[in-house]
Design a protein around this ligand. Structure first.
Ligand code: ADP
Ligand code: MG
Length: 856
């Protein structure tokens, strides 16, 4: 039965109430509170029963057929909710807004919040990751991208004047959990986001017009940015509904202030997760994350994805990292104190919005306790920012919240004795009466002479006096025992005196629970006033934590402070790839360090060398060192001086774009194009075996043309590895190109990789040696050697490609060409790299056949 086909006049009032609410939440599953359950109806019930493996039942709602229904217990709904959110659904929670006991009419119900992937605040979000929701607002001549992490309050905005591709790149860079877009936006773009990149996209058109959160955008200078923020705010306030005053003033992101790393590069370099397993372990983030706080870890991740470009700022970080290395005793002191600091950013969001409990306030208290120490240490270290330490908040919490409170706020035991007179008084009454009851047992034993008489309590019957069946006859009327409950071997009684005390105790206890709750809420209101300064302090602590991690790790691994030059020369002596080095160290292997030297005049390093020699690693190493340097960390080298880079582009490895399903070669060319279009003289380009994905001559021609283009038109620092040895002769014509190679030594046919980068071009490709390392059958390798010998003895000379020779042969060469035998031509044309052994064998027979024919 479909919701749209129902005759609403026939429906029961409750089902009508349901449909009235549902009408406003078409694309959202409604959890409809009925007593102890959240129920779902109609299509929602069908969806939820399928996704959550619940039994689909029905409910009479005044129609002939029963309405499809399924439900989950309200006490254990969170697991179900998480599952639906993870699968990309949105859930609106409809609560009873009145107490069913006190209303005669139908209970009022309404949506209290909509839970969505990008705005959830529960414990299911990872402490070390941000959870960003974004708005894309299409103004028809430019896009506004604003985003926020509701769990920490951060809000950012940036303008994207470029085309849709640029917007897409920017969107992919950020890993948004959820995106809202206004109606104007191109539907094809929305489809790409949804189907190709599996992003959670909602079309939403409202703009915030309230005043509570106008402070978020009031300092923005550009009205376009303001519009974007209002779009985001409208969605947040409409879904969260609760107090969001922990949202901070929007920060304008200026892409020029950051080293631009596109999504492919981030993936290729394994900055925050590994390519294959998509895990944090063995990523750069994993190595560097020696933070003590979750705030520090999140900030580090943001920095790795978006390093700095401002020399002053970077050097200020170096200075502090350096200072911490020298003052290592203070650093240890700082670390110990940071250890005590909880996630202040997320605590702040819980204090303003919803689900705060007393344990959270205890965490806040314990965090505040160490702030004076941190403040002192930062002063001693001359840190350029100062934190606040909130003594009045600390003392309020210290006076009020007990040390081991329960999770819920409705059981009491939250507030310390001595904080509130009325509470103390009630507690005295309650415990006085409890003492009285304890004494009562003794008195009643004496009065009745029944030795095994007991006073007890249970939730249903309250206080009682228990007498065993055999003794009941001893009870006299004058004792005023009144029977309450009969069990198999005993009876339970109440007396007027006991009843009286019970009323006092229960009355006091109810009052205590309510009073404690009220006091708790008042404390929370007081603390709310400190939220924004508290967030500022949290930000500084996150930064200090990150820098202490840099300093710690620099000591652990012998990193060195980089020198930032104002020219374009790069000189990094004995550099290492920090992650691979660490992984190898665990296996007791030693990483071979290498210099990276590109003077003012060198823009391109052309890297040759056999497979497995270490070309790709060398290239990645450079990019990783650049990123580490530009987040303010020291770098794995003996010494390092280099300029600041503005963008990094990579084409590394044979990773097909699994996400969008494009072929390797297409992806290669797209990535190359992105670099060629956007790179500047200050950029870093890494092209790893570009052109591999197509036929040899195509690939080689493209590679050469691309090298020439970078050389003549861009001048970016470029590392270009290739297996086309012919390209090495380009150094004759391109004066900013330099050949280097990774050496290997061959002894008795056994190849040893030295992983050492040396000047000049390599002379041999060692392809067969690598094949034998890969354990191809030895008979096959032998056969390949025979074939290779044929080529070499036939005198197949390597052709030299100069800048022009690739495409046009001059006349003289053309004449020489004519004289070449057909066989020579055949050999020249064949492409051993792309031949199967069988093809090679056939080819050889063919050659022999030709020679025999010619001899005839
Ligand atoms: P290529 O790109 O030349 O085929 P890679 O860069 O993929 O080679 O490196 C091949 C292997 O050699 C890697 O798995 C790595 O562990 C090892 N390797 C690379 N460079 C070094 C080095 N400098 N020191 C030690 N091992 C290295
Ligand atoms: Mg490689």
């Amino acid at each position: 039965m479909k919701r749209s086909e129902v005759d609403r006049d026939k429906l029961s009032p409750m089902m009508r109430q349901y449909l009235d609410i549902k009408d406003n939440y078409e694309d959202t599953i409604i959890f409809f509170r009925l007593g102890d359950f959240y129920e779902m109806f109609f299509e929602d019930a069908v969806t939820a029963s399928r996704e959550l493996e619940l039994t689909l039942t029905g409910r009479n709602a005044g129609l002939e057929e029963r309405v499809p229904m399924c439900g989950i217990p309200f006490k254990a709904y969170e697991g179900y909710l998480d599952k639906l959110i993870d699968k990309g659904y949105k859930v609106a929670i409809v609560e009873q807004l009145e107490d069913p006991k006190t209303t005669k009419d139908m209970v009022k119900r309404d949506v209290i919040q909509v839970v969505t992937k990008g705005t959830r605040l529960d414990s299911s979000i990872n402490a070390k990751d941000n959870n960003f929701i974004a708005s894309i607002y299409d103004l028809e001549y430019c896009y506004v991208l604003s985003y926020s992490d509701v769990s920490t309050g951060e809000v950012y905005v940036l303008l994207e004047d470029g085309d849709k591709d640029a917007l897409l790149r920017e969107v992919l860079r950020h890993n948004f959990s959820e995106i809202i877009v206004n109606n104007k936006i191109d539907r094809e773009f929305v489809n790409t986001l949804r189907t190709t990149y599996h992003l959670n996209v909602t079309i939403y058109d409202e703009l915030y017009n309230g005043s509570d959160y106008s402070y978020v955008y009031k300092n923005l200078k550009d009205v376009r940015e303001e519009t974007g923020i209002k779009h985001l705010l409208a969605y947040l306030t409409n879904t969260k509904k609760g107090d969001l005053s922990h949202l901070t003033e929007a920060k304008v992101e200026n892409t020029k202030e950051h080293l631009l790393i596109d999504n492919n590069t981030k993936r290729n370099l394994e900055l925050t997760e590994t390519v294959r397993l998509r895990e944090r372990t063995y990523s750069l983030l994993w190595l560097l994350d020696k933070n003590k706080t979750a705030m520090g870890s999140r900030l580090l991740k943001q920095n790795i994805e978006s390093p700095l470009t401002n020399k002053k700022e970077i050097e200020r970080r170096y200075d502090f990292v350096d200072k911490l290395r020298v003052e290592f005793i203070l650093r240890d002191d700082l670390k110990n104190n940071l250890n005590e600091v909880y996630d202040l950013e997320r605590l702040a969001s819980r204090i303003t919005y919803g689900n705060l409990n007393a344990r959270d306030l205890l965490q806040l208290k314990n965090s505040l306790k160490v702030l004076p120490d941190i403040k002192r240490i930062l002063k001693e270290l001359n840190y350029y920012k100062e934190i606040e330490d909130f003594p009045e908040v600390y003392s309020l919490l210290d006076k009020s919240i007990v040390e081991d409170p329960p999770i819920t706020l409705r059981e009491g035991h939250l507030i310390k004795d001595g904080y509130n007179d009325e509470l103390d008084e009630l507690r005295k009454v309650s415990s006085g009466s409890k003492d009285f009851i304890l004494e009562l047992e003794q008195k009643e034993k004496e009065r009745t002479g029944i030795k095994n008489l007991k006073v007890g309590f249970n939730k249903v019957f309250g206080y009682y006096i228990e007498v065993s069946k055999g003794q009941v006859k001893e009870l006299k009327d004058e004792y005023e025992y009144e029977r309450k409950q009969t069990l198999s071997n005993c009876e339970r009684f109440i007396t007027p005196l006991l009843k009286e005390k019970e009323n006092i105790i229960l009355g006091a206890e109810e009052k205590i629970i309510n009073l404690e709750y009220d006091l708790f809420m008042k404390i929370r209101e007081t603390i709310k006033r400190y939220i924004h300064p508290l967030q500022k302090t949290a930000n500084i602590i996150a930064e200090v934590d990150m820098l202490q991690a840099f300093s710690t790790i620099s000591d652990m691994y012998n990193f060195v402070r980089p020198t930032i030059t104002d020219n374009h020369s790069v000189k990094i002596i004995a550099s290492r790839h920090p992650v691979i080095e660490e992984v190898m160290a665990k296996e007791d292997k030693k990483y071979v360090s290498n210099d990276i030297i590109m003077d003012e005049d060198t823009s391109i390093l052309l890297i040759t060398g056999p497979n497995m020699a270490g070309k790709s690693t060398y290239m990645r190493q450079f990019a990783i060192i650049v990123i580490m340097a530009q987040i303010g960390c020291f770098v794995p080298a003996k010494s390092c001086s280099m300029p600041i880079f503005d963008k990094i582009f990579t084409r590394i490895g044979a990773s097909d774009d699994l996400v969008s399903g494009e072929s390797t070669f297409m992806v290669e060319m797209k990535e190359a194009n992105l670099a060629l279009e956007n790179a500047t003289k200050n950029s870093l380009i890494l092209f790893d075996e570009l052109g591999r994905g197509t036929a040899t001559y195509d690939g080689m021609s493209l590679a050469q043309a691309i090298l020439e283009y970078i050389h003549d038109k861009i001048g970016a620092k470029t590392m270009f590895s290739t297996h086309y040895h012919e390209l090495t002769s380009l150094s004759n014509s391109l004066k900013h190109l330099q050949n280097v190679h990774v050496s290997a030594v061959e002894e008795d046919g056994v190849l040893t990789f030295l992983h050492k980068i040396k000047l000049g071009a390599v002379d041999k490709s060692y392809g067969l040696n690598v094949a034998s390392l890969a354990h191809l059958p030895s008979s096959l390798i032998k056969r390949a050697e025979e074939i290779l010998n044929v080529y070499e003895s036939e005198g197949v000379k390597e052709r030299e490609f100069t800048q022009t020779s690739l495409f046009t042969l001059d006349e003289e060469e053309a004449k020489v060409e004519e004289k070449e035998s057909e066989i020579e031509e055949m050999v020249k044309e064949c492409d051993p790299l792309n031949m199967t052994p069988i093809n090679a064998l056939n080819f050889l027979y063919e050659l022999k056949e030709k020679i025999r024919n010619e001899e005839k």
